[in-house]
Design a protein around this ligand. Structure first.
Ligand SMILES: [Zn+2]
Length: 149
């Protein structure tokens, strides 16, 4: 069984966490736009003559020196950085601690602040952390945890 926090449960928290929620959501949108418009692509060198006088066309490069043309490669997707409540980057395998009580799905219980989750996994979605707490699989928002040693 996988217990998941409901998004609207988190949004009801009245202590400013909801503001961080919306900024998280926006950063997710910005990342998607960035993936569609990779404007930071760096100028390559010509694979034929290795000179740097390269012309950029919409879908390919052209070497101004030897005339060689080659296709543009899709820019690698920006690396996602998930940060905890204090801005510390989280990665797979980290241990995190809840910084506050969290209501369980359906209001059937509460996860206590201070509960520890070891060996987390960073995943897509608005609940960035996949983990187990007391043996139960959980999906948590990174803004409700802090990284632990
Ligand atoms: Zn060339």
């Amino acid at each position: 069984m996988v217990a998941r926090w409901r998004r609207h449960d988190a949004a009801r928290v009245p202590d400013g966490a909801s503001a961080r929620d919306s900024s998280l959501a926006h950063s997710g949108v910005g990342r998607a736009v960035f993936a569609v418009f990779p404007h930071t692509m760096t100028q390559p060198t010509c694979p034929a003559c290795s000179l740097e006088d390269v012309l950029s066309h919409s879908d390919h490069w052209e070497c101004a020196t030897c005339g060689h043309e080659w296709p543009k490669e899709a820019a690698p997707e920006a690396v996602r950085v998930v940060k905890d409540a204090h801005g510390t980057p989280l990665v797979d395998g980290d241990t995190v601690v809840l910084i506050k009580d969290l209501k369980l799905r359906g209001g059937s219980g509460v996860l206590k602040g201070g509960a520890k989750a070891k060996n987390i996994r960073i995943v897509e979605g608005d609940h960035e952390i996949d983990c187990k707490i007391d043996g139960v699989a959980m999906a948590l928002k990174a803004c409700f945890v802090k990284k632990s040693e």
